[in-house]
Design a protein around this ligand. Structure first.
Ligand code: GLU
Length: 311
């Protein structure tokens, strides 16, 4: 089997990123599998190579070794993989599943309310052709009036997608109602996460995706892409999130919990031990190496609820 860690190099890793890396690594290693490191630097404004290199240094320091990938192999760096995304986009275009979208973010926000459960905005299909000459004419005029290049969206059918998460169990999402037609390539030419992640995991033969539960809601879109592109989907296992005492998911703002600060005060084994204790893998919060945890990893020990971390 092959697992992976796919960080976006937009800042120093914080404890939440380390938690995801550790558990994904443990799941792969406990099955005797490979673990690869992919750099998800698709956002040109926020991604920086120095962050990616620092992240590699932090992973090595923690004892989380990878078998393939990293900054030195362009095959595992998303900003160097545009030709793969292009090829797959063309495939979807040939199947007639995509359409140009001229909506600005402001247009989209103005025409619909965020999805009730998670605050996501579901696209209502303003630019989706419906086969009528009236809509075709309306879209033609919209294209002429649009000052910029269009984004490209994938048209999704009204169907339920069911899957079993390794940790959160049976899941069911309606693609049209809960996800909506989604972006494959942005108007500024940047590739969208959903397309890139599926193409990469498929071409890299990833068989298990372990990551934070904030991405659980992306699985239906990703499964639909696997199916339409003709690839076998990996297994998905999502993790509870690490939150600060205000109940917010840890972010770059929680300065006291980023690796730069933590490495000044703690040994790697102390950080790993604290996370392993939060994960229910050890009974007491005591120093332990990542390698020592391999035989102790089991999904059913992990908590379902998010984990509150005091700074
Ligand atoms: N690059 C994403 C992030 O850092 C993770 C994507 C994934 O694991 O599918 O949040």
């Amino acid at each position: 089997m092959t697992g992976r860690f796919a960080p976006s190099p937009t800042g120093r890793m914080h404890l939440g990123n380390v938690y995801s890396a550790l558990l994904s690594w443990l799941s792969a290693r406990s099955q005797g599998g490979n673990w690869l490191l992919r750099i998800e630097d698709l956002d040109p404004q926020r991604s920086h190579r120095e962050f990616a290199e620092q992240l590699e240094d932090d992973l090595r320091w923690l004892g989380l070794t990878w078998d393939m990938g990293g900054t030195h192999d362009p095959l595992y760096v998303q900003s160097r993989r545009g030709h793969f995304y292009e090829e797959h986009l063309e495939l979807l275009q040939q199947k007639g599943l995509t359409y140009p979208c001229y909506c600005s973010r402001a247009d989209i926000m103005a025409t619909q309310a965020p999805h009730e459960s998670d605050g996501r905005v579901v696209y209502r299909g303003t630019c989706r052709p419906d086969g009528t000459p009236e809509k075709a004419e309306w879209l033609r005029r919209r294209a002429l009036a649009c000052p910029h290049a269009p984004a490209t969206r994938l048209r999704v059918p009204d169907c339920d997608i069911r899957f079993t998460d390794l940790h959160y169990g049976a899941q069911s999402f309606n693609l049209a109602r809960q996800c909506g037609d989604f972006i494959l390539r942005r108007a500024d030419g940047a590739w969208a996460y959903q397309l890139a992640v599926v193409v990469d995991d498929a071409l890299m033969h990833v068989t298990e995706v372990v990551r934070g539960r904030d991405l659980l809601q992306s699985v239906p879109q990703q499964l639909y892409l696997y199916e339409t592109l003709g690839y076998e989907a990996p297994r998905f296992g999502h993790l509870p999130l690490l939150c600060n005492t205000a109940g917010q998911r840890l972010s770059k703002r929680d300065q006291s919990l980023h690796m730069g600060i933590l490495r000044q005060s703690f040994r790697a084994e102390e950080i790993i031990g604290r996370l392993a204790h939060h994960a229910g893998l050890i009974d007491r919060c005591e120093p332990v190496s990542a390698a020592e945890l391999i035989p102790l990893f089991r999904w059913d020990k992990l908590p379902m609820d998010d984990i509150i971390i005091a700074g």
